[in-house]
Design a protein. Structure first.
Length: 249
């Protein structure tokens, strides 16, 4: 991405640590940058905690489809395209890719435990290796077609829907709440929320993106509530799936 000179002696340059205007010369305010960078960093910590927990528990609590989609997005935005926000966010994106490669490896080792279907268990590894390039083509073509924002926000929050929806489904189908970390849930949910609030300020007129951000926050709030209830039920010896059946009944 070539440097762009903007009015008022400002510029958007990929060599800057932080750009204070986007590539359309719209200012990134200090508050917006705080929201975005803080939210992104919370996801770095969330990924690190997920890796640690997965090693300890021999179980990975992020759903398989979400991990494959997430890795594809990071390949797209860390290898093929670059954010217009400067070097610091670009480095964060690359750190996500580095961490997500470890997470994908853990998924191949422990991800079969997410399903009881014998067919999916047998085909789990090839399905994961097929899913990543499919998602990569989808996200890359979306960006190439000019449908994304300069920071990859729209494609990111399309991918986020897989996380927010399937985390709920995985929790409710689990036999124990002990496989799910409250700290990880809060880190990822707060990271997602901070970046979504950034959208409200910087992409005010992008109703599709703001709908995705709002939906993510609502779904993550539902997950946090269900996890809290499931962990309380766990102390009584009730699994999340059994707890749901009782509540629905």
């Amino acid at each position: 991405m070539a440097p762009i000179t903007c009015p008022g002696n400002t510029s958007n340059d990929p060599s800057h640590l932080i750009n204070f205007v986007d590539k359309n010369c719209v200012p990134y305010t200090g508050f917006e940058l705080f929201l975005f960078v803080s939210g992104c960093l919370l996801w770095v910590f969330a990924y690190g905690l997920l890796i640690r927990n997965s090693h300890r528990k021999k179980y990975i609590e992020l759903p398989a489809i979400a991990i494959c989609s997430d890795l594809a997005w990071e390949i797209t935005w860390a290898a093929f395209y670059t954010t217009d926000m400067g070097l610091v966010p670009a480095i964060i994106y690359k750190s996500w890719l580095f961490l997500d490669l470890f997470i994908f490896w853990l998924l191949l080792r422990h991800g079969r435990k997410q399903t009881g279907n014998p067919v999916f268990k047998r085909l789990f590894t090839p399905l994961c290796f097929i899913a990543v390039p499919i998602f990569t083509v989808i996200y890359s073509s979306f960006v190439h077609g000019g449908y994304d924002t300069p920071v990859g926000a729209t494609s990111a929050y399309m991918a986020q829907q897989f996380i927010s929806v399937f985390c709920i489904l995985l929790l409710l189908s689990s036999t124990t709440a002990e496989n799910f970390s409250t700290h990880f849930a809060w880190l990822r949910s707060l990271g997602t929320a901070l970046v979504a609030v950034f959208f409200f300020f910087h992409y005010t007129g992008n109703y599709f993106l703001n709908t995705l951000g709002t939906l993510s926050m609502i779904l993550d709030g539902i997950f946090l509530y269900l996890l809290w209830k499931a962990r309380k039920a766990h102390k009584l010896g009730i699994s999340p799936s059994a707890f749901l059946s009782q509540r629905v009944g």
